[in-house]
Design a protein around this ligand. Structure first.
Ligand code: PMP
Length: 438
């Protein structure tokens, strides 16, 4: 299998000649395994998408039933599973986000949210945060603030970046959460003033930025951005592709902050990625823009029946089995306290951040100076400390989500207390590999 993979599969984000993908034999619940009998506790939820765990029987059955009934139908028709999936998403998203445009994943959701905002406002620019990831298609990669953008940056995309709040590595020399919040909002106001409010269609933020470091925003920040958007007629887009559907211990991360955006992008957890699906939840006001005039965008597979059937089954199972509540409980009672205790014992753990089943350890060479364990955007030999740490995790039976100098603890929302403890013990041991570089 390795030979066929090497010969024909062109892998994401990789130098094709330098990678050695692990052949996977199967998966169930919080685990997956290879052909050599190695079983891994999935502390990554793949790409932070298997919120309901692997191979949930109700979701698998729903896909099988739908496949037998109707595999595909164009987006222009009304189909029971599509309308039910849209109804369930609308019911769970905050406020009046009651119309759902389905896509095949997160980047397409972001592309379409930006297009809607531009058409709604008649303006072109979009503001996004430096420490962010919004996807790898043309607009989404330009919106992405972190270095994953650099090789694809077109510079003429109409995107302007700004600094969001992040007290541990404050761009504003703030010392308290309140200072960080106030200064980040003032900085955003200044950015808008100098860009020209009349030229800005939208501000897009991850409610809780994910792959850029799981930085829970300080109280008041998102409400402050909402107020700024309202004052300037700017569309507020929250990207919940990663933070949505239970990940933070609420249906949506926005629920923690009492904020309703004008557009909310989702994907991943909506059906745990069993069949590709994403979408945009649209406010009544923006939906009205396209009531009598056509929305100039669409996708052959928008609202694909197999994807929608799996989304309906996922959302129903999440409610029936109290899976969002489980994520909140395990995060607050087990993962958070354990990680804070681990941080005290390991010289390489600079900060613990997160909520629900959405946690990051910021790994450092020196706790005092907060120098990251590896340089920003390191690769090859410069990244060896993180590579050694990731290898130690795998030897210990956990599959980590590692990005730059961080490891993220992002298991399924269904993880049990015993599984979480098993994984945290393995993580504790693996951190010795990071400590060796402090
Ligand atoms: N937005 C966010 C916040 C994401 O985390 C991701 C994926 N990691 C995307 C957008 C892009 O989603 P996709 O890979 O499904 O296109």
């Amino acid at each position: 299998m390795k030979a066929a993979d090497r010969a024909h599969v062109f892998h994401s984000w990789s130098a094709q000649g330098l990678i050695d993908p692990l052949p996977i034999a199967g998966a169930e619940g919080s685990y997956f395994w290879d052909y050599d009998g190695n079983r891994y506790l999935d502390f990554s939820s793949q790409l932070v998408n298997t919120n309901i765990g692997h191979q949930h029987p109700k979701v698998v059955a729903a896909i099988q039933e739908q496949a037998a009934k109707l595999c595909t139908i164009a987006p222009g028709f009304a189909v029971d599973v599509r309308s039910e999936a849209a109804r369930l998403v609308a019911e769970r998203t905050p406020g009046d986000l009651d119309k759902i445009f389905f896509t095949n994943g997160g980047a397409e959701a972001v592309e379409n949210a930006v297009r809607m905002a531009r058409l709604h406002t008649g303006r072109a620019k979009v503001l996004s945060a430096y420490r962010s990831y919004h996807g790898a298609t043309a607009t989404a990669i330009n919106l992405t603030g972190d270095p994953r953008r650099w090789p694809s940056d077109t510079a003429s995309s109409g995107v302007v970046h700004f600094w969001g709040p992040f007290l541990y590595r404050s761009a504003f020399h703030a010392e308290t959460e309140q200072q960080e919040c106030e200064r980040a909002l003032a900085h955003l106001e200044q950015t808008i003033a100098f860009e020209g409010p009349q030229s800005i269609a939208a501000i897009i933020l991850e409610t809780v930025p994910g792959t850029a470091g799981i930085m829970v925003p300080p109280p008041g920040y998102l409400a402050g951005v909402r107020e700024i958007c309202d004052r300037h007629g700017i569309v507020f887009i929250l990207d919940e592709v990663m933070a949505g559907f239970g990940r933070t211990g609420a249906w949506f991360a926005a629920d923690h902050f009492g904020v309703t955006p004008d557009l909310l992008t989702f994907a991943k957890g909506v059906n745990s990625g069993y069949v590709p699906l994403g979408g945009v939840a649209i406010s009544a006001e923006i939906a009205a823009t396209f009531d009598q005039r056509p929305y100039p965008g669409g996708l052959t597979y928008s609202g694909h029946p197999l994807a929608c059937a799996s989304a309906v089954a996922t959302m129903n199972a999440m409610a029936e089995e109290r899976i969002v509540e489980n994520a909140a409980d395990i995060g607050e009672r087990v993962i958070g306290p354990a990680l804070r205790e681990i941080a005290e014992r390991h010289p390489s753990v600079g900060e613990v951040r997160g909520m629900g089943v959405f946690w990051a350890l910021d790994l450092v060479r020196n706790k005092e100076t907060r120098e990251p364990l590896v340089p920003y955007n390191a690769s090859g030999a410069a990244n060896a400390p993180m590579a050694e740490f990731a290898a130690a995790c795998k030897r210990g039976g956990i599959w980590p989500f590692v990005n730059m100098n961080r490891t993220h603890v992002v298991p399924a929302c269904t993880i049990t207390e015993a599984e979480a403890k098993e994984g945290l013990a393995a993580l504790d041991e693996a951190l010795a590999a990071a400590d060796a570089h402090t």
